[in-house]
Design a binder for this molecule. Structure first.
Ligand SMILES: Cc1ncc(COP(=O)(O)O)c(C=O)c1O
Length: 495
């Protein structure tokens, strides 16, 4: 491991302790505090002596002493390292204890917001049925790496690595706008589109520019929790609207509008999250009419538009919006890879100017190299090729999953074949307890997402959202078999 950073050591020339001992003690203290970790390299003796303005021999004496005591390991020309045999600093039980142990005082001030906690999958080989994530392993690595290589060269040559337009790279805005015009019927261009780091940021920015504290925002009863959280974080009072097997009930929304002023509604009409249904045309028209009548905004999250497998996809609501009521949020996360963080919002130009203002406050702009690389993928045809390939792969995984469920678990669960998306919505037989199923599945090393995850009040929903896209066929079979064993624990065969 290289050591590129200076090791700060305080020396007191007037102290009675020998200088070499002061160095040794300072190093031991850093090791004990976890500031220097087992295996990490120490500066060379010549370098440290020069920096401390000491005779090199003083540093050599300190290092020799520490090596003799087992703190350090001298490896000849490679240098001197903190002994890899030393135990790593023990992981403290609570974050506050860890802060103290790492030398940080525990926070003595209040902080707001919802904490993020990492998923507890440590030490478990888990097959995770996600909420519908794609398989980023299927991205064409060669195409991606040459796109990034070319992008890096072009951004450097074109002097594009500095600060740029907060709406994102013009060339990418143009490419995405053209795709949306041709494929989805949106009246988009580079001025009415703002690039963001994934649709989650698009939803958050929409909330920022739409909501003032106390404004009412509607979402479906079963919805995407991070979207709800984004609106709430901006001060919205979020109200859940009932839905049926065909999606959101316009009558329920109308009743809400008659009772109170509605500022916005967040929807995923293409493939409803989490129930997967496509909102029928008549309800879309009804919603647009209500938006016009009551003056609310529709935030349309079209997060996985490309993965539509049955019938002709309905065009987004934004494509038939004649009154300027829809903010359209899209993403390349599902179609390419979530880790690239490329999404976009389409809205009238003055709205985009506000979004760009908010981008300036958060992260200033996107990553110029990534945005340029995605332009390369558009222009070389690789993106379109990848979409065609990914659609084929996901169609196979979807068929396999649906076939297996029908063959093996027909008595325990049912589902409606969705027109698209990378997940299924499984209704469990009433005799099955979904919370117990989640625990039993975990014991079988399978992660599932109970329907209650998607309700604001956490009330029980006897259903699961089963994302199949991120698992290959072998993983799918292992996961499905584990799910079957978990079901059998509650419902022995033949019972
Ligand atoms: C409904 C929905 N909206 C938004 C997102 C956020 O996606 P991203 O920010 O990666 O574009 C997701 C991700 O799973 C999603 O399922």
């Amino acid at each position: 491991m290289r050591r590129d950073w200076n090791l700060s050591i305080d020396i007191d020339r007037r102290a009675p302790l020998a200088l070499s001992q002061q160095i040794a003690q300072a190093i031991i203290e850093k090791i004990r505090l976890g500031l220097l970790r087992p295996g990490e390299a120490l500066p060379g003796t010549r370098e440290l002596a020069a920096r401390l303005a000491l005779n090199r021999k003083t540093v050599v004496t300190a290092y020799d002493e520490l090596a003799a005591q087992g703190w350090l390991l001298a490896q000849g020309k490679r240098g001197t390292f903190v002994s890899p045999q030393l135990p790593a600093p023990a992981r403290a039980a609570t974050p506050a204890e860890r802060d103290v142990e790492a030398g940080l005082p525990a926070a003595d001030y209040a902080v707001y917001g919802t904490p993020w906690t990492p998923a507890d999958t440590a030490g478990r080989e888990l097959i995770e049925f996600s909420d519908g994530v794609p398989d980023s392993r299927i991205v064409a690595f060669d195409a991606l790496s040459s796109a990034f290589r070319r992008a890096l060269i072009e951004t450097v040559r074109g002097n594009l690595l500095g600060y740029g337009d907060p709406r994102g790279l013009l060339a990418l805005r143009e490419r995405i706008a053209a795709m949306l015009r041709h494929e989805r019927g949106l009246h988009a261009d580079a001025q009415t589109l703002c690039l963001v780091r994934g649709s989650q940021m698009g939803i958050y920015l929409a909330a920022r520019v739409l909501v003032q504290p106390g404004d009412v925002v509607a979402i479906e009863r079963l919805s995407y929790p991070p979207a709800r959280a984004a609106f709430e974080a901006c001060g919205a009072r979020v109200v859940a609207i009932e839905q049926d097997a065909a999606g959101l009930l316009p009558e329920a929304l109308e009743q809400l509008c008659r009772r109170q002023r509605l500022r916005a509604i967040y929807l995923t009409p293409h493939h409803q999250f989490p129930t997967t249904v496509t909102l029928p045309a008549d309800r879309r028209l009804r919603l647009l009419a209500l938006a016009e009548q009551f003056g609310f905004v529709i935030v349309e999250d079209d997060y996985d538009h490309e993965f539509h497998f049955a019938g002709t996809p309905l065009l987004p609501m934004a494509s038939i919006d004649r009154c300027g009521k829809v903010m359209y949020v899209g993403s390349l996360s599902k179609v390419l890879a979530p880790g690239l963080r490329v999404g976009y919002v389409v809205a009238p130009e003055p709205v985009i100017a506000r979004l760009a203002g908010a981008v300036m406050q958060i992260d200033r702009q996107g990553n110029a190299v990534t945005e340029r690389a995605v332009v390369e993928l558009f222009d070389s045809g690789e993106l379109a090729r990848h979409i065609r390939r990914a659609r084929r792969i996901y169609a196979q995984r979807r068929q396999l999953t649906m076939h297996w469920l029908r063959e093996q678990l027909a008595g325990a669960l049912s589902f409606r074949e969705p027109d698209g998306g990378l997940a299924l919505w499984l209704q469990l037989a009433p005799a099955l307890d979904v919370a117990r199923l989640q625990r039993d599945a975990l014991a079988e090393h399978v992660g599932i997402l109970p329907g209650s995850t998607f309700r604001d009040d956490g009330a029980a929903v006897n259903a699961l959202r089963l994302g199949y896209g991120g698992l290959d066929e072998r993983e799918l079979l292992r996961g499905l078999q584990g799910l079957q064993r978990a079901i059998l624990r509650q419902r022995p065969a033949g019972a």
